[in-house]
Design a protein around this ligand. Sequence first.
Ligand code: FAD
Length: 302
Amino acid sequence: MQRRFPEIFEQAGATFSFEFFPPKTPEAQGRLHQQVAELKTLSPSFVTCTYGAGGSTRQQTGDIVAKLGKELAVPTAAHLTCVGHSCDQLVEVLEGYRKMGIANIVALRGDAPADQSTFTPHPEGLRYAGELVGLIRKRFGDAFGIAVAGYPEGHTDTRCKLTDLDHLKRKVDAGADVVVTQLFFDNRDFYDFVERCQIVGIRVPVVAGIMPIVSRSGIMRMAGLCGARLPAKLLRRLVAATDDEQVAKIGIDWATQQCRDLLDHQVRGIHFYTLNRSSATIEIYRRLGARDSQALAHMARG
Ligand code: FAD
């Protein structure tokens, strides 16, 4: 049986995890296979695969997670969102994950589909990620490890950052084992968030979400979606870049600096949003002087 989050985070030292998304075309599937093979040498602590906003990629999440687990021989987590699902359907998906041997879930509310301005729950479904955590614990006990999302800069729907943190606390109290943050580009936002988590009594590990910028259009889309702030120093460099190759170099530089600083601050874990590419993550490890995740964990211990 795969290790669940409580066992993964029980051991000393930082974790280093990679996130993938289900590819939309057979060509992209082939590329993902190749990228995963390249990332194998980095021996991540666990890998995860996102759950699509709707449509056919949703069925792929479990299959990809099961395959990633075998190929990389590491623990895995499947993401699951409440969007468009009744409670019965959510339980059905979870039962499928369990049969596939998936031991961890990233439990999320999800975003409103592109043609809707606000999130509307399924009439027989759930409104918040905390309710999904509760459903998993009620129906499956401790069979799954559970991660939930945290927002160092606040979630885009919430005006009040204090209530945002109360909502995060509720998710943790409902049974989450770990918080994985939204991507951020200024570590001060993360350190402040971790401290605020401590103040409201969140005791589970808080893992930093890092996304190396790989293209100008990509970062505009992501920043628009999740509301991440681009610090002036980073924005200045991106604006001056003349092509995507330069943008990717800047992205790797910036993410490497973020990781180095996080390691110096004994971060509990770093979750890389790989965007299904291996090169940026591999280059960050190389620049940090680490052969694999064990070497990075050693650095985090100082
Ligand atoms: P929630 O925790 O439910 O929060 C949503 C909003 O409701 C917040 O503003 C919160 O403050 C508020 N809220 C929460 N609980 C309560 C309550 N009890 N009462 C009142 N207000 C409340 N999206 C996907 O579609 N697929 C993925 O696979 C995916 N993976 C992700 C992984 C990570 C690590 C992160 C950070 C995000 C991911 N997302 C994914 C995006 C995520 O679905 C969106 O950010 C979404 O808008 C919120 O999801 P949530 O689980 O944080 O929601």
